[in-house]
Write a protein that binds this ligand. Sequence first.
Ligand code: PMP
Length: 296
Amino acid sequence: MYYNNSSVIFLNGKFVKANESSTDLYSQTLHYGYGVFEGIRAYATENGTRVFKAKEHYDRLKKSCELVNIPFDYTTAELVDATYELLQKNNLSDAYVRPLVFCDPNMSLTKPNNVSIMICAWEWGAYLGDKQLRLTVSSYCRPHPRSIKIEAKVCGHYVNSILATSEAKDNGYDEALLLDSDGYLAEGPGANLFFEKEGVLFTPKLGNILPGITRATVLELADKLGIQVKQGLYTPEELESADSAFYCGTAAEVIGIESVDDNKFPKNWNDTVGKKLLEAYSQLVRESEKTLSTKY
Ligand code: PMP
């Protein structure tokens, strides 16, 4: 599903066949989840493929490495170029791109000396589907920011996400909603949360969540559309009394939330601020880049 006999990946500066590439089973990343990754989307536009927010994603990859002491010497420009080349080699346009920085063999709990980078891509439809989501508040909370670097996209953090999503699905819901360790609203397992009340949007402030690139884009779009947004610490009760809500993320894009623990939001999704933002987002990602200089 993710690759076939002709798929190519970028591995440490070279393009190699996906089914002929391998990794060392003693990698520190495999044993301890000590690696970092990104999730990026590319879109077909009138002027060819556009890797959306490519610079922001590779800057975050670099920042994630710095935050957890993983050495990383690629520049954003090199990796953006490699991504465009990768998509071309795989004949992909509308695609999901997954860069992963992983460590050399090391069974000690020490910083790595050497790392590898791989970038792969495949066609991936809307990650959470296109129907509004039925959420449940997870029994798992997001990791405390003093336990990990919550703002870094570290492989091991996603065990928390996998546990939350599996629990939600096992209980018959589409997806989980996680609180922070103080009981305030945090985020989804792979998406940020917004909710609407009397025309104003609310979203958890940075600090206990991944600073989503889609979240930042939604904030920019809301500003352009004259929608007021407040960022703060909000309780599940505040969400319960909201008019509507949505998740946003690179893979999920912008997707409405129908209910949380079977409490339905009263507003029809088509009349919400979220729907307006979904339309603006869908349009923005397919706008062609005018010049190559906007690539980085
Ligand atoms: N929160 C978490 C935990 C995530 O994994 C993601 C997906 N990267 C997001 C939020 C949304 O981030 P972005 O918009 O940068 O994809």
